[in-house]
Write a protein that binds this ligand. Structure first.
Ligand code: PMP
Ligand code: GLN
Length: 380
């Protein structure tokens, strides 16, 4: 049988590749982004309780209403922004499904979608399998600042969507208020939609503020926000997330959502809804992760890696040009095999695999793991 691949250039994601290599070589795995400490006992108990209390059949298509109410309440509390729980919030199987569903609900053949590189790896295949064309804007290490005149030049009558991600995976940088205002300015008066991937909204450091698209009235009207409880509640394996958007966008989203997933794991939704009643469950995250970031940075301060402290996410990028001129993929693999520490090379997220000699390390790990990882890094 002859098969013509719809994604001929797509291989296995770097996260799977590096985690598998890490396991094979028994290395410390700071590659794929997931915590290696347990999720909250209280949250686990609430999900178990939901199962025992009968939350075991289909949730409503848009998600358990108590969870949607809790999400709406969070947007009021943090951003004084209203999303109607019935019509403007949908619970999804992680942010990945929300992103795929948004793109497939709106992108038609030859539509152009702007993305900023390095870009999280699920955007481009979703655009291209739907016939869209990715228009990349390459950002440069170490600041990854957007040049807004370049963005203006890349916009065309075919631009249908812009995908943004702040705090940013993999660079650990965040967008300023001015960046958001620039984005608002260059989309004003157009039909361009914005997909704002905000899975790390609660993980920003040094007292900084997260600038959600919902804070900017014109942007909010054209935007989807995607979010992930996997990131927020240290439960990446549960694959529960959500998206918010104004009514006129969300109704189109649900036309696709009802046929590609319909609804997601009900007891986890009910458990998370109960857990979120205490705002400290998400308000405590910046301090929790900043302590880990600072511990990691202190421990590696004597190493030959160079860095700027991560501004958000639970990733720290380290530049290694003082150590070797190997390309980042080879170096990441050698570190895993020989030094027993796994990371993610950034070039795989760049246009034409541009290599800035930087690796990404996940610090959502126990202190003990961070100490052991740092001991290795200081010897390299
Ligand atoms: N976007 C970004 C930037 C991510 O880092 C991730 C990984 N958590 C996702 C989306 C996907 O999130 P989820 O695991 O909830 O599908
Ligand atoms: N978001 C995670 C990361 O950036 C990986 C998720 C995945 O493996 N698909 O490391």
């Amino acid at each position: 049988m002859k098969i013509k691949s719809k994604l001929p250039n797509v291989g296995t994601t770097i996260f799977t590749v590096m985690s598998a290599l890490s396991q094979e070589y028994n290395a410390i795995n700071l590659s794929q982004g997931f915590p290696n400490y347990p999720s909250s006992k209280k949250l686990n108990n609430l999900v178990t309780k939901a199962m025992n209390n009968g939350y075991n059949q289909y949730a409503s298509m848009a998600g358990n209403i108590e969870l949607r109410l809790a999400i709406a309440h969070k947007y009021e509390l943090l951003y004084q922004s209203t999303y109607h729980p019935e019509r403007e919030i949908t619970v999804t199987a992680g942010a990945t499904q929300a992103i795929y569903t948004i793109i497939s609900a709106f992108i038609r053949p030859n539509d152009e979608v702007l993305i900023f590189k390095p870009a999280y790896d699920c955007y481009q295949p979703a655009i291209e399998i739907n016939g869209g064309k990715t228009i990349p804007i390459q950002l440069s290490a170490p600041n990854y600042k957007v040049n807004w005149s370049e963005v203006a030049l890349k916009l065309s009558a075919k631009t249908k969507m812009i995908i943004i991600n702040t705090p940013h995976n993999p660079s650990g940088t965040t967008w300023s208020k001015d960046d958001m205002l620039q984005l608002q300015k260059c989309t004003e008066g157009t039909d361009i939609m914005v997909l704002s991937d905000e899975v790390y909204e609660h993980i920003v450091f040094d007292e900084a503020q997260h600038y959600s698209v919902c804070l900017f009235q014109d942007l909010k009207q054209r935007s989807f926000i995607t979010a992930s409880f996997g990131k927020t509640f240290h439960t990446t394996g549960w694959k529960i997330g959500y998206c918010c958007a104004p009514d006129h966008l969300m109704s189109e989203f649900r036309k696709v959502h009802q046929f590609n997933v319909f609804s997601v794991h009900h007891p986890a939704q009910k458990g998370i809804a109960d857990y979120m009643q205490e705002a400290e469950t998400f308000l405590g995250l910046p301090a929790f992760f900043q302590r880990k970031r600072d511990l990691f940075l202190n421990l590696i301060s004597e190493s030959r890696f160079k860095c700027k402290p991560s501004q958000g996410t639970y990733f720290q990028i380290l530049e290694y040009s003082d150590i070797t001129d190997e390309n980042d993929v080879d170096f990441a693999k050698r570190l895993t095999k020989t030094f027993k520490i796994a990371s993610i090379p950034l070039s795989v997220f760049n246009e034409n695999n541009r290599d800035d000699k930087v690796l990404r390390f996940c610090f959502a790990k126990t202190d003990d793991t961070l100490v052991k990882a740092a001991e290795i890094l200081c010897k390299i």
